[in-house]
Design a protein around this ligand. Sequence first.
Ligand SMILES: [Zn+2]
Length: 356
Amino acid sequence: MNLTTLSYRIKDETAGKHLIQMSYSCTFVWNFCNQSNAERWAKFGKTFTAFDLNKLTAGCAKDLGLHSQTVQAVAEEYAKCCKQFKRVKLNWRSRKKSLGWIPFKASGIKIEHDSITYGGRPFRFWLSRPIGGRVRFGSFAQDSKGHWFVNLVVEKSVEIRTPTGKECGIDLGLKTLATLSDGVELSRENLTRQYEVQLARAQRARKKKRVTAIHTKIKNKRKDWNHKATTRLVREYDRISVGNVSSSNLKKTRMAKSVSDAGWADFKLMLSYKSIGIGTVYTEVNESFSTVTCSSCKARSGPRGQAGLGVREWVCVECGSRHNRDQNAAKNILWHGLPRILRTGHCTPLRESPRL
Ligand SMILES: [Zn+2]
């Protein structure tokens, strides 16, 4: 079993009013714990444990309009922070400056589809992805923009994948996001170009909010696509190799728009942590010369330079194999990611070369 935190945005704006009121109560409990703790330290040179604080705060929940377990959760969090920072007094939580926060335990809430009931009041949220597990605890929390979210800590059973016997190298391209060594292409919309006109219009009109909203939309769409693609990949393949292309270098060239659209970094990060979670072997390899090297005979016979970028297909002059440029590169990347012992069957290994 492992614990995952899922965050969902609260739907109805009117909910904020009630949540803010409750978060004030949580602030009150926190500050009460803080004061009691400091006083006890001053008098007896001792601090309260979470257990003591629970006894001290017992019975105040109803008057504060909170679930009793929320009061407990605040006290426990307070004690935990004291311990963690080795302090007898923490910062006061302020009504105005601190972001809203209402912790709860599973027994204090009820979740039905996209609605969470707390303190007898339902709060609807955007069910952006399934919860898919047993909720242990969580919190309502506010972000710096004042939006409310419900965070759920969910217990999920660890997925054990059955080996598929499939391996792939991935060539991260500029236009279609990625080409796999088995010829599969993962393509996605060019979001930056898609929203280019809208974005320019908003910028000219100096509509700051609109500009932020469009950027957020692009970011979320990209993230969503990355999540779906990487989940599919780690489930399907036992071994995944990716080139170590540095997008910051490419960003300086005229391909900048396509590159930032592709967003390698996030995609690779997701691949790596999802691989660890599920038991897929993930490696990043030096991909220099992967496009010009023949994946069959390892001769550097491919099209070179800027002009070579336009060539989609080529034939190796050494061995006569016909290659699709991207798929050939992906095959080389896969081969590089293999353990040395599996590579020795090939005649001349690629020489190590400096990074791009
Ligand atoms: Zn060849």
